[in-house]
Write a protein that binds this ligand. Structure first.
Ligand code: DQA
Length: 147
């Protein structure tokens, strides 16, 4: 079972960027954690990050073509990218799972973060638990696939 953990803009700056909001752990730590969760759950996990909307859209097309489930932190694209929403919709319409994740809890932050254009086409959302948001998303995929 393949799972892509995809990260949008600025998440490559984890650990450096607003550690009060996003924590002290680095993006390299997230990659290592993702690979560990994969090994623990017998999944082929790949962790990727891009600042580029078109690259992220392309990775979602690739998930459909390869039959990979997706854990997606769309970062700021969450709030305005209809292109990413349309790409995410293709993943769930293909019968694959797509879990939207956020390190922080956007609902508890600025008004512009309260709306997600991705949430309505995701299988579900986990937000507010730091790296655990990703871990819980991976476990939700494992649990759903076992059901
Ligand atoms: C984020 C929340 C977004 O509002 C923000 O633009 C990010 C990170 C999170 O993981 O908490 O870049 O997706």
């Amino acid at each position: 079972t393949r799972v892509l953990i995809l990260n949008g803009p600025n998440l490559g700056r984890l650990g450096v960027r607003e550690p009060d909001v996003y924590g002290a752990a680095s993006y390299a730590d997230l990659v290592a954690a993702g690979e560990r969760w994969g090994a623990e759950n017998d999944l082929e996990v790949q962790v990727r990050q891009t600042d580029d909307e078109s690259e992220l859209v392309g990775w979602l097309h690739g998930a459909v073509d390869d039959g990979a489930h997706v854990v997606l932190n769309p970062a700021a694209f969450t709030h305005y990218s209809y292109a990413l929403r349309d790409a995410a919709a293709q993943v769930t319409k293909a019968g694959l799972l797509l879990v939207e994740v956020h390190l922080s809890n956007p609902a508890a932050r600025e008004e512009f973060r309260h709306n997600s254009v991705i949430g309505g086409v995701a299988t579900g959302t986990v937000a507010g638990f730091g790296f655990d948001s990703y871990r819980l998303a991976v476990l939700a995929i494992v649990s759903r696939l076992a059901a």
